[in-house]
Design a protein around this ligand. Structure first.
Ligand code: ZN
Length: 204
């Protein structure tokens, strides 16, 4: 093998290695941003879920759960992020975009991602009570629907799940301390579903 061919081969191998290793590293980076958004939801008394939409290496939409704060059943982080992106792009399609979210999308959000033509979904913790990307339904890559996306779960899963556990623990503590019904009363509904998986490890 000539020296030139050897180096060309080496460069190609290195390129493949870099492409494969850069993906997950970038996913972690964006998921950390989504976690920061989840914290904002918790600060307002909403279940801590954060989401962001990334296209060509930049954030085109970001959101966190506003269900309690806005009194809106569709105020999930994914929908909020999609709405922001679509307003900015002035269109309903986000072809080529990746959605990062700290908790597996529910059926409503998974449906919204399909409708918006999201190219890739990356999520943190599985949701045993409402997960519609892998756990209960596989809406995001169901071959019967007119759009499918790549799905990657379990990114920083433990950190994402820990946020949820802490939030619900604090609600329980406030309840025990006798603080009124307002202390995340609606959020408690989501808790029932989440408690079940809190001990799962090694997927983050
Ligand atoms: Zn949802």
């Amino acid at each position: 093998m000539s020296e030139r061919r050897f180096f060309a081969k080496l460069a190609r191998a290195l390129g493949v290695f870099l492409a494969e290793s850069a993906g997950p590293a970038r996913d972690d980076l964006w998921m950390r941003e989504a976690l920061a958004l989840a914290d904002e939801a918790a600060a307002r008394g909403d279940v801590p879920v954060g989401a962001l939409l990334v296209m060509d290496g930049r954030i085109i939409g970001a959101g966190f759960n506003t269900r309690e704060h806005a009194g809106d059943p569709t105020g999930h982080a994914e929908v909020v992020a999609l709405r922001e992106a679509c307003r900015a792009l002035r269109r309903w399609r986000v072809d080529g975009a990746t959605l990062y979210v700290t908790l597996e999308p529910c059926p409503m959000c998974a449906g919204a991602l399909v409708n918006a033509r999201v190219a890739r979904l990356v999520y943190g913790a599985d949701d045993p009570k409402a997960g519609a990307a892998r756990t209960l339904y596989q809406i995001c890559d169901d071959p019967r629907l007119n759009h499918r996306m790549a799905v990657q779960g379990g990114v920083l899963a433990e950190a994402c799940a820990a946020r949820l556990r802490r939030f619900f623990q604090e609600i329980r503590a406030r309840r025990r301390a006798g603080e009124g019904e307002g202390a995340g009363a609606g959020a408690a509904e989501a808790e029932a579903g989440f408690k079940g998986r809190s001990t799962r490890r090694g997927d983050g």
